[in-house]
Design a protein around this ligand. Structure first.
Ligand code: FES
Length: 183
């Protein structure tokens, strides 16, 4: 069965300041649901694949997933909004995750949040206006002895300090600018 609806994906333009609209291939979603149609129990796996593909769960994809798996749209939305692994809005190009769990908290993790807020001008859950960084907080990253822990794009940085975090952010910005200049 061919999915007939086009999926409009709002995607941040990594070159900078503008949002552009991409049309995600119908085929991509078709491939994701292939072999899982009419299988409601596959909902989380399907949403995970959509998240991996798009970086978030576009509204239009929830409608398609609902139809293809035979899951009420409200249930698709409930699951997509319940799990932290899913996002309903596009993320920035780089994701900074600050641990605010107890072990990191007592070692000053809150200062990392303050550093990010001061340097990037965004609160946890926010994305910078240029789409470069998304900042999020979690309750434990499983490396409590090494706190405060910050994760940048999946890479763990232990015993973090505001100064180290500032340098890390600056280095990512510089690398991004350089990459764009050489593109
Ligand atoms: S509390 Fe931060 S890694 Fe566990």
């Amino acid at each position: 069965m061919i999915i007939t609806s086009l999926l409009q994906v709002k995607h941040r333009d990594h070159t900078g300041l503008h949002m552009r609209e991409l049309t995600m291939s119908v085929k991509s979603l078709d491939v994701i649901v292939e072999g899982r149609r009419s299988q409601p129990q596959q909902l989380i796996e399907v949403l995970q694949d959509v998240q991996d593909l798009c970086g978030y769960i576009p509204r239009e994809s929830m409608i398609t997933v609902s139809k293809e798996l035979g899951v009420p749209l409200i249930e698709v939305y409930r699951v997509a909004s319940f799990y932290k692994a899913f996002s309903l809005v596009p993320s920035g190009k780089h994701v900074i995750t600050v641990c605010l769990g107890t072990a990191c908290h007592v070692r000053g993790a809150r200062r990392m949040v303050d550093q990010v807020a001061g340097q990037l001008g965004v609160s946890p859950g926010g994305t910078t206006s240029d789409g470069l960084f998304t900042v999020e907080c979690v309750n434990c990253l499983g490396a409590c002895a090494l706190g405060p822990v910050v994760v940048l794009d999946g890479v763990y940085y232990d015993k973090m300090t505001p100064r180290k975090l500032s340098r890390l952010i600056d280095s990512v910005r510089a690398a991004d600018s350089e990459g764009r200049a050489n593109a």
